[in-house]
Each structure stands twice: as structure tokens, then as C-alpha cells.
Design a protein around this ligand. Structure first.
Ligand code: ADP
Length: 327
């Protein structure tokens, strides 16, 4: 299909779950492209928008005043139909008809799979920018939105800790992370949690009981347990702990969607900005099927085939730090 020539028109979409900093990435892509003399087509509602031709020409003013906004001005919807080759063929035809030469996809692991599938089906040039509050994408050390979600959760948990300490309570806090414990690990370390439970290291009830007893013996006034949603449910763990320790006041909180939204922090904005600019430069240099990644403090390109086959880097060493410091 589209030949690998220098693009003159690029499309940009956000797909999958939203993450704070997506707008900063859109802004960087649009303005970097315009600065390089390209035309930019915004595509609303992710891959569904590509399939349904939800296209509009973007100028610099479309991205004014959005660097500080959470969510995504391009909207994002799940579109499982994109797994069907004929749907991707139609999507590629739509892009070509609109004279779009290459696509920047801002999104998570699923969005990277979609981009690779689109390119494998049709040959359409794509690069992706990793955006996810879970920091669960292989090939990059960090994703756009992760730092913001950590800060949001930490702020909420600091408040809960005040109550926990005042009332000698044990608190179970459930954070997002269905398949990946990076958010729970970073949040647990930053909050000085006593226990962090993640899907990558399943724990049994007995081990958790022992840790709570050990905190008791050390004279701790409160015990804070950070639970990634993929490692169990806060309500259930709270019930189990209350039964085992009837004299303790065990409470729980599920942070839920508050972790997703909100103003992106400076780290998320600057990461998004650097990756967005590089995505455009990559396309101009003829790159396709790559993730624009942050590795060891620098922006780099990682083949999407490696991203979709790889496993995200999980900061398991944080578990040891949590243990070491919860004396
Ligand atoms: P995220 O990008 O946040 O991980 P999803 O897993 O929902 O979110 O993926 C975003 C979108 O990417 C999906 O709604 C779908 O349109 C597309 N997608 C995901 N996986 C595939 C796949 N294997 N093949 C084609 N498209 C996919």
C-alpha cells in the first residue's frame, strides 16, 4: 500500500485507556509536524475513528491550552473490531483516501498491537507513543501518565494515612494495575507502605498475616497495605484480616478512576512532549512500526514486534526496599 516515502501528511490518534499527558503528546506531535512543514489530520475516537473517517485538519490553535489538561481532546474508545483484518484494510484505505501518509498512535499496549496489526495488514507506516497510567508497556522504562497517576494516588493515600495513624487502623488501599504492579510498587514506596501486593508476586493469606503481626510487634500505629487490583480485591482482603484480627480496625479504600484523570504532572508532560517530537522526526526519517520509547534516560525507537512480544519491566526491587524500610 503506502510507499515508505517522506510523509507530507500525518494522522494522529489516541487509543485505548486515557492517560494524563496524552494531550501534551498530541500538542507536541501537531506542532512538531507543522514546524516541519507537514499537514496534520486529527482522528477522533481511536481506531474506530480511523474506520469511520472521523477526520479533521488540525492547526496550531487546535492544541492551544491543552498541555495542562488530563484526558484526550481526540477522545478514545475501545474498538475490538480492529482485530479483524478486513476492518484494518478499510481503515488503511480511509487513511490513504484522506491522503494521510503515516499515523502516530498514542496509547497503551493494546494500541501498539493495533498499530502493528494495521501496518502488517496494509503496510501503512505507523509509530506509537506509550501512554498508560500502569507503566505496563514493554520496551520503554516509563509511559506517559504514570508519574501523574503515582502522584495522584500518593496524595490521596497520604490523607488516608493521617486517619490510619490517628485511629491505629490497618488500611488496605486498592490501586489500579490489573496485570502489572508498577503503579502499586511506586505508590507503596512513596507512601512508606508496610506491605505491597502485586500480581507478579502472588502472596498467600498466611504471609500477609505474619507481616501484619510483625508490624504490630514493632509497635507500629498503623499498617498500610497497597494492593494492585490484579492481586486481589480490597474488600475481600479487609474481611479476611478483620476475621483474623478481630481486635483490629481494618478499613479499605478503592482509589478507582481518580487515578486516571487530572492535570498531568510536569514529568508526564515533558515525557509526552519529548516522545511526541521524536515520533514526528522518526516518521520523517522513514521509521515505521516502532514505539518511541524512553530507555535509560533517553528517547529511542523500539520495534513494535519486540514491544508486543516483550514483558514490561517491573520494579520488583521496590518490594525489597519496602520490606527493608518497614521496620
Ligand atoms: P490500551 O491501548 O490502553 O492497552 P486496548 O487494549 O483497549 O487499550 O487497545 C486499544 C485498541 O487497540 C483496542 O480498542 C483495539 O481497537 C486495538 N487493538 C488492541 N489489540 C489489538 C489487536 N491484537 N489487533 C488489532 N487491534 C487491536
Amino acid at each position: 500500500m503506502t510507499a515508505l516515502r517522506k510523509p507530507e501528511v500525518i494522522g494522529v490518534i489516541t487509543a485505548g485507556g486515557d492517560a494524563p499527558g496524552m494531550n501534551a503528546a498530541i500538542r507536541a506531535v501537531v506542532r512538531a509536524a507543522l514546524s516541519h512543514g507537514l499537514e496534520v489530520i486529527g482522528i477522533r475516537r481511536g481506531y474506530r475513528g480511523v474506520y469511520e473517517k472521523d477526520f479533521f485538519v488540525m492547526n496550531s490553535r487546535h492544541v492551544s491550552g491543552i498541555i495542562n489538561l488530563g484526558g484526550t481532546i481526540l477522545k478514545s474508545v475501545r474498538f475490538p473490531e480492529f482485530q479483524r483484518p478486513e476492518v484494518r484494510w478499510q481503515a488503511a484505505r480511509n487513511l490513504q483516501e484522506a491522503k494521510i501518509d503515516a499515523l502516530v498512535v498514542i496509547g497503551g499496549d493494546g494500541s501498539c498491537r493495533g498499530a502493528l496489526a494495521l501496518s502488517e495488514t496494509s503496510g501503512f507506516p505507523v509509530v506509537t507513543i506509550p501512554a498508560s497510567i500502569d507503566n505496563d508497556i514493554a520496551g520503554t522504562d516509563i509511559t506517559v501518565g504514570f508519574d501523574t497517576a503515582v502522584n495522584t494516588a500518593v496524595e490521596a493515600i497520604d490523607r488516608i494515612r493521617d486517619t490510619a495513624t490517628s485511629h491505629d487502623r490497618t488500611f488496605v488501599i486498592e490501586v489500579m494495575g490489573r496485570h502489572c504492579g508498577n503503579l502499586a510498587l511506586a505508590v507503596g514506596l512513596a507512601c512508606g507502605a508496610e506491605i505491597v501486593l502485586i500480581p507478579e508476586r502472588p502472596s498467600n493469606e498466611e504471609a500477609i498475616f505474619q507481616e501484619v503481626e510483625s508490624a504490630d510487634r514493632k509497635g507500629k500505629e498503623s499498617v498500610l497495605i497497597i494492593l494492585a487490583e490484579g492481586a486481589g480485591r480490597a474488600a475481600e482482603l479487609t474481611e479476611v484480616l478483620s476475621r483474623r484480627f478481630p481486635d483490629k480496625e481494618v478499613r479499605y479504600a478503592v482509589l478507582g478512576y481518580v487515578q486516571r484523570g487530572g492535570r498531568p504532572c510536569s514529568a508526564s508532560r515533558n515525557l509526552a512532549t519529548r516522545l511526541g517530537v521524536k515520533a514526528v522526526e522518526g516518521l520523517l526519517a522513514g521509521k515505521t512500526c516502532h514505539l518511541v520509547a524512553w530507555v535509560k534516560g533517553a528517547v529511542t525507537f523500539v520495534p513494535l514486534s519486540e514491544v508486543v512480544q516483550g514483558k514490561p519491566k517491573v520494579s520488583l526491587e521496590y518490594l525489597d526496599l519496602v520490606k527493608l524500610l518497614s521496620i
